[in-house]
Design a protein around this ligand. Sequence first.
Ligand code: AMP
Ligand code: GLY
Length: 423
Amino acid sequence: MNFLIIGNGGREHAFAWKISQSSLVQKVFIAPGNAGTERENKCENINIDSEDISALRDFAIEKSIDLTIVGPEAPLVKGIVDEFEKNNLLILGPSKKASQIEGSKKFMKDFLKKNHIRTAEYEVFEDYEESKEYISKSKFPIVIKADGLAAGKGVTIAHSAEEAHKALDDAMQKKIFGPAGTKVVIEDFLQGEEASFIVLCDGKKTIPFASSQDHKARDNNDLGPNTGGMGAYSPAPIVTEEIHKQVMKKIIKPTIDGLKSEGITYKGFLYAGLMIKNSEISVLEFNCRFGDPETQPILMRMESDLAEICLLAAQGNLNEREISWTKDSALGVVIASKGYPFEYEKNKEINNLENENPRQKVFHAGTKTHEGQVLSNGGRVLCVTALGSTLLDSKNLAYQKVKTIDWKDGFYRDDIGDKAIKS
Ligand code: AMP
Ligand code: GLY
C-alpha cells in the first residue's frame, strides 16, 4: 500500500518512521516532509505545501494513494478531508466542521459549556474596548486566547493588567495573528497539572492512545513565553487508571456524542489538553489532530502496527481493536533555534544526528537537506527521544544524545520530565 502523510514537523517524522515499519506499506510519501522523513526507509518527500489541498488531492489520485494521514491542523480546518472524500480518496482526519473544535476557541468553549464538560469560565470579545474594560475588573493571572489558529502562539497568561493589555493590543489592534485574533477568549487561570489525552475515532468507535505530558513554556521551570511544545513524555503518571476512566466518561464520550447531536461525525485523532487538580479534570483545549511533540514519545512506546490502526479508523472498522504499548517510558527533548518562539535564523548546519542506540531516536522537525548537509529550517528543529525502563532512564538517555548533537544555534530545556520524576 502507498501512504501519504501531510506535514513537515516532528510529529510527521514520527508517523513516517512508524508507518514505514508496517509490512502493509510499500511506500510512504510525505508532503512536504523534512530532512528526517526523507532519510527513512520506504519514504520520499514530495514538494507540495501542506495547505495546498488541490495539489495534494491531485497527487493522491495520480499515485493511487491508499491512505492519507493529515498531521497539522491548518489543512484540516481548511477542509482537506471534505475535498478528499468528495473524490473518493481514503483520508484520516476530521471534516472541516468537526475541526472547528480546534479552529475556533469560541466554538470549542461554547460547545463545552453546552455539553456540561468542565472548562475554565470565559468570555468572548470582538470589541477591543470591551475586552479592556473586562480586564480592568479581572483578577490575575488571566488567560487571553486568540480565537483562531495561531500555531500554538495565540495564548498569553497575563500576570498583570499591563501584560493583558499588550496581549489584547497585539491580537485585536496590531493583528499579529491576522484574522485569527479578531475575536478573543478571556478565561480564568486554572491551577493543576496538565496532561495530553489523545484518542482515535473511526466515526463510531473511539480508542485511547497512551497518555503524555507536554512542556509548553519555553524555559526551565515552566517560565518564559508559550511555545508549540519544548518536550514531552509518556505515560503521564498523573493519568492514573481512575483518571483515565473519568476522562473517557466525562470528556471524550460527551464530546463525540455532543458533536454527533449537532450532525458532526468525528473521525480522526482528537487531542484533549487537560488540567487535573485533585481528580477534578478540566479541558484547556481540543486539537483536531495528534500532538507535537507528544507523538514522538507516544509512538516510540507503540507496539501495534500504526499503519493498520490508521487504515481501520479511516474505514470505520476499529471495532474492539486495542493498541498495545510497551511498559517502558519515553521522553523527547525539543531543540529549537535560538530566538524561538520569536525571530530566529535558519540555514545553520547541524551534525552528529545519527542514532547510535536503537532506544534513542532523533526526530527532525524544522530541518532540510542542502547538498547532502542537514540545515535548520524552522523554530522547533529536532526532538531527541528515548525509551527507558523508567522515566528517569528515558530522560538520561535522551539528554545523552542531545548533548552530542553538533548545532551551535540551538537551545533546549534541561528539565523535561522532572515534575513527574520528582513526584
Ligand atoms: P491552549 O492552546 O489553549 O492549550 O493553551 C496553551 C497552554 O496555555 C496550555 O497548555 C496551558 O499551559 C496554558 N493554559 C491555557 N489555558 C489555561 C488556563 N485556563 N489556565 C491555566 N493555563 C492555561
Ligand atoms: N503539543 C501541543 C500541541 O500539539 O498542540
